[in-house]
Design a protein around this ligand. Structure first.
Ligand code: COA
Ligand code: ZN
Length: 303
């Protein structure tokens, strides 16, 4: 059972990238500030992708230099142009992203899986030469199922994970992009992936589309995985994955870990306030279950 747990807050990137209405940079910054004040130590703050593909995160150049000090920030990078933009701003933690489904990679970054790995190998070499102490994550999206291709053989996911480690990423994040997985599948995938790469290189990125994310976290924890992605209030989805629901809510993850005796150093009350504030801007309520329970206890939850 993993005991030193890391939480990577992906709300500002995976969450906000999916929002239709334009969110001012200042609002994003106060959201991130509130997340940092709640004690979140690792935050994926934005992406350096094409603003034509993801307009919502087109303000990365304005956002990055204004990020509040404290947390470790990372950014999603798809290609050489994205890496150059990030290096210019001093970004030292990057996340590259591919998937175990050809169709998804094509629709998401307009490359094949092999092309993406070849591009990433060059990006990693460039990044390591410019930022020797930098940190690199590689995402394998659609690790269980693809919205276009359906079920994905776990051996394909393990294969891509191994290739990412071989080209030099520090960590592989396995993404249940459309939130279909159940614990038995997490166990099966973890077993196959850990035959290819060490368990301490694995993070899980669960979406909670079908309410299975916490059960999946428990399963992964029991198999030694210690890093989980989540988003405040359950923000999220993916514009290139029809049917993707929000990420596992950070409140639910923190509640579950703390009550299980696994300390997170995250202040649940402050985190709830951070979520409520950003959801108020978005004009809807957080989907986090622990958040709904709080509202209902305080009598403000509509029945
Ligand atoms: N940052 C900013 N602009 C970029 C860019 C980047 N990282 N990469 C490409 N562009 C620009 C190019 O300069 C070009 O601009 P122009 O039309 O004004 O000349 C245009 O985008 C097209 O460039 P091209 O290299 O042909 O890219 P593409 O259209 O094949 O798209 C990606 C490839 C990777 C840039 C695009 O698919 C993308 O940004 N995907 C990200 C998707 C995402 O964020 N998904 C969320 C994760 S789940
Ligand atoms: Zn996601």
């Amino acid at each position: 059972m993993a005991r030193n747990i890391r939480i990577v807050e992906v709300g500002p990137r995976d969450g906000l990238q999916n929002e239709k209405s334009s969110i001012p940079t200042a609002i994003k910054l106060s959201f991130i500030d509130a997340l940092a004040s709640a004690g979140l130590r690792e935050i994926e703050a934005t992406s350096f992708v094409s603003p034509k593909w993801v307009p919502q995160l087109g303000d990365a150049e304005q956002l990055w230099p204004a990020l509040p000090p404290g947390p470790l920030y990372s950014a999603l990078i798809p290609n050489a142009k994205g890496l150059a933009r990030a290096i210019d701003l001093g970004v030292d933690r990057i996340a590259l992203f591919t998937a175990s489904s050809e169709t998804f990679v094509q629709r998401n970054i307009n490359m094949s899986i092999e092309q993406s790995l070849a591009v990433f190998a060059d990006l990693i070499a460039e990044f390591r030469s410019r930022k020797p102490s930098g940190w690199i994550r590689g995402y394998v999206s659609t690790a269980f199922e693809c919205p276009y291709e359906g079920w994905i053989d776990p051996r394909n996911t393990a294969n891509v994970a191994k290739k990412l480690v071989d080209i030099g990423v520090d960590e592989v994040a396995l993404g249940d992009t459309i939130g279909v997985a159940v614990p038995a599948e997490v166990a099966a995938l973890t077993k196959i992936v850990t035959e290819a790469i060490p368990v301490d290189r694995i993070a899980y990125h669960f979406h909670d589309t079908r309410g299975t994310a916490i059960a999946n976290v428990l399963q992964a924890l029991e198999l030694g995985v210690g890093c989980f992605d989540s988003s405040a209030g359950g923000l999220g989805g993916c514009p290139f994955a029809p049917g993707a629901g929000g990420n596992l809510a950070t409140e639910d993850l923190v509640y579950f870990l703390e009550r299980s005796g696994l300390p997170t150093k995250v202040d649940l009350y402050r985190l709830s306030q951070a979520s409520l504030a950003i959801f108020e801007v978005l004009g809807r309520s957080p989907s986090a279950k622990s958040q709904l329970a709080q509202l209902s206890l305080s009598g403000t939850c509509p029945t």
